[in-house]
Design a protein around this ligand. Structure first.
Ligand code: GRF
Length: 217
C-alpha cells in the first residue's frame, strides 16, 4: 500500500531505548513517521533486536571491516540510501561522521545528546554537569552539521539537578526525557513542520531560539 508517511532510517550502536521510544510513538495511528530500517555498526546492539521485534528491517555494517572512516561512511550512505529515507536519525550511534556523510544528509540528519548543548559536547556529560555544580541539566535534539554536537538546536528538555544526584540517577532522568523529546522532534520533521533554514532550525516557518524549543517537565 502506498504510504504518505515520512520514511526514517535510525542508526545506533547500543541499547536503543530511544529507538524504542520512536517505535512506540510511530505506532500511534496518526503518526506521520514510518521507521523504515535500523542500521548498526555493531552486530550485538540490542537495538537491532528491538527493531526485529517490531518487524523493522535491519542491517549491520561493521566499521572494523573498512579501511578508514571515509570508506565506512561511503558504504553506510549506500546502505542507508537503499531505503530512500527522508530523514536519518542518530540514536546512540557511537561513530564520528565524516564531513562528506554529514553534507550528504544536510537538513535531514538529527541527533540526540545527553546535555543542554552547547554545554558538554562529547562524553561523560552527567558527570561533568555534576562536577560543575550545575543546578539544571538535560538533553538536546539538534540537526547534525560538521561541528561535533554543534548543529542548530531543535528541542531541549531541562531538569533540575538534585543535591544527592549521582551520574547514574541523573542519566536515568535525562534518558526518560530523551524518550519524550526525540519522538516529538522526529514527528515535527515528518509532518513537515521542522526544517533547517539558512540560519538555524525553523518550526512552522518561524526561527527557533538558539536553545531550540524548551521543555521543563
Ligand atoms: C543516549 O543517551 C543519547 O543521548 C546518546 O546515546 C544514548 C543512546 O541511548 N546519543 P539508547 O541506546 O537510545 O538507550
Amino acid at each position: 500500500m502506498p504510504t504518505t508517511k515520512c520514511d526514517v532510517v535510525v542508526l545506533l550502536s547500543g541499547s536503543g531505548s530511544n529507538l524504542q521510544a520512536l517505535i512506540d510513538s510511530a505506532r500511534a495511528g496518526d503518526s506521520p513517521v514510518r521507521i523504515r530500517a535500523v542500521i548498526s555498526n555493531r552486530a550485538d546492539a540490542y537495538g537491532l533486536q528491538r527493531a526485529r521485534d517490531a518487524g523493522i528491517d535491519t542491517a549491520v555494517l561493521d566499521h572494523k571491516a573498512f579501511d578508514g572512516r571515509e570508506a565506512f561512511d561511503q558504504a553506510l550512505i549506500e546502505r542507508i540510501d537503499a531505503f530512500s529515507p527522508q530523514l536519518v536519525v542518530l540514536a546512540g550511534f557511537m561513530r564520528i561522521l565524516s564531513a562528506d556523510f554529514v553534507r550528504h544528509y544536510a537538513g535531514r540528519l538529527l541527533n540526540i545528546h545527553p546535555s543542554l548543548l552547547p554545554k558538554y559536547k562529547g562524553l561523560h556529560t552527567h558527570q561533568r554537569a555534576l562536577e560543575a555544580g550545575d543546578a539544571e541539566h538535560g538533553c538536546s535534539v539538534h540537526f547534525v552539521t560538521e561541528e561535533l554536537d554543534g548543529g542548530p538546536l531543535v528541542v531541549q528538555a531541562i531538569i533540575p539537578v538534585a543535591p544527592d544526584d549521582t551520574p547514574e540517577t541523573l542519566a536515568q532522568r535525562v534518558h526518560s526525557q530523551e524518550h519524550q523529546i526525540y519522538p516529538l522532534a522526529v514527528s515535527w520533521f515528518a509532518a513537515g513542520r521542522l526544517r533547517l533554514g539558512e540560519s538555524g532550525a525553523l518550526l512552522d516557518g518561524q526561527p527557533l531560539a538558539a536553545s531550540g524549543h524548551l521543555i521543563r517537565p
